[in-house]
Design a binder for this molecule. Structure first.
Ligand SMILES: Nc1ncnc2c1ncn2[C@@H]1O[C@H](COP(=O)(O)OP(=O)(O)OP(=O)(O)O)[C@@H](O)[C@H]1O
Length: 364
């Protein structure tokens, strides 16, 4: 077959994105085809830098091309990415492509730990990431990022005061905890918290972000309703442990997002503390809180199980020392990396599906 851009496109239109179930050409993923003699280069623009199928897609392209053009041409395939969004021309946070709420029904199940490691894992994949700590009951993000006691600066843009978020480990951070000294026992009442959060949305210099993670307080109170209605959430991630009481509360949390007045797509469930594993014997698993509760919850609500995170001493220690577990090599890094890939994948699937019309945008 003659080596032309059109012929290459025709061949690549046989290669599908396994998640989006459409071919790469129709999805607009094949760009910058350059032919120089027998050397061909082109870009494959994926929907997220955290794409777990990068290698699979690349190999499928190569296979199809060699089938049609033989082994002689030299193929140079650049795997790049551009995170997708359904928030074009959004009234608030117009440069933030996706807002992901991390929620749990019950407290203490590891929602903040999950948010932190998810945010850092996404940033490590190359995405632009922000994190809002909306946990008014006990903001722990400053500690988990080792920025306790730091205060965001304020700058004037025109007539307006703009808050510059704190950046740590490649993630832009705002926390209710930055606004009150750690030792003070300020109780954030609903309206006060909502107004602080509204400020986080309207007065913070977030810039361009691929993913803004929102660490919500535990539970399903009125405060949640206000928060979720204040912030135009793209999708929600539900964190639970496999324990019966946690699962019952997680069901409530999940159902909250599906209420008609909220109507936020649930991206999936994370089973935290899924099993205990001693770091020196990673193949030994002990199901302290029961087995596969998160999986059953995900099945019941017909949403994906995004990850199973073991209970490991170093995860707790990393939280306390402010050096997220995902930054250290080993088994927990893999678990969080896989989680980030699964979340990014579900966001891309959401954005490509018809469900996008259901995402509610509410002005802050
Ligand atoms: N997979 C894990 N392995 C070991 N320890 C964990 C794990 N996940 C969370 N923890 C620890 O459990 C405690 C509670 O976690 P975290 O603060 O993330 O929970 P939370 O659901 O956000 O709590 P809150 O209800 O206070 O918001 C912390 O000390 C944390 O370090």
């Amino acid at each position: 077959m003659e080596l032309t851009a059109e012929a290459i496109r025709k061949t690549l239109s046989r290669v599908q994105d396994p998640d989006l179930k459409k071919d790469l050409v129709t999805l607009g993923m094949i760009q910058k085809i350059k032919i120089e003699g027998k050397s061909v280069s082109f870009d494959v623009v994926l929907t997220t830098p955290a794409c777990p199928l990068k290698e699979v897609i690349k190999n499928n392209c190569l296979e199809a091309l060699e089938e049609d053009f033989g082994k002689e041409p030299k193929w140079e395939i650049h795997m790049t990415s551009q995170v997708t969004t359904v928030r074009e021309a959004a009234p608030v946070l117009p440069h933030v492509k996706n807002i992901i709420a991390v929620a749990s029904g019950k407290g203490g199940v590891g929602k903040s730990t999950t948010s932190v490691n998810l945010a850092v894992a996404l940033a490590e994949s190359g995405a632009k990431v922000g994190l809002i700590d909306a946990d008014i009951s006990g903001p722990s993000i400053p500690t988990m990022f080792n920025v306790e006691g730091e205060q965001p600066t304020v700058k004037k843009v025109g007539e307006k005061n703009i808050i510059v978020p704190i950046t740590q480990y490649g993630v832009k951070l705002m926390s209710i905890g930055f606004l009150t000294p750690a030792e003070s026992a300020v109780v954030w009442r609903g309206p006060m918290a909502s107004s602080a959060l509204r400020q986080f949305i309207s007065d913070v210099e977030w810039g361009e972000l691929d993913y803004l993670i929102l660490d919500l307080p535990p539970g399903t109170s009125d405060i949640h309703l206000t928060m979720v209605q204040t912030i135009p959430v793209t999708g929600a991630v539900i964190v639970t442990t496999p324990q019966k009481v946690a699962l019952a509360d997680a069901s409530k949390g999940l159902s909250m997002f599906r209420q008609p007045q909220i109507n936020v797509p649930v991206l999936g469930v994370v089973e935290n503390m899924a099993y205990f594993t001693p770091e020196e014997l990673p193949e030994n698993k002990y199901y302290l809180f029961g087995k596969e509760g998160g999986k059953r919850l995900a099945e019941k609500f017909e949403v994906p199980l995004l990850g199973e995170i073991p209970i490991v001493q170093s995860i707790r220690e990393s939280g306390d020392t402010g050096y997220p577990a995902v930054m250290k090599n080993g088994q927990t890094k893999e678990a969080y990396k896989n989680l980030a890939e699964a979340v990014a994948r579900q966001v891309a699937i959401r954005n490509a599906s018809d469900a996008k019309t259901e995402v509610v945008e509410i002005k802050a």
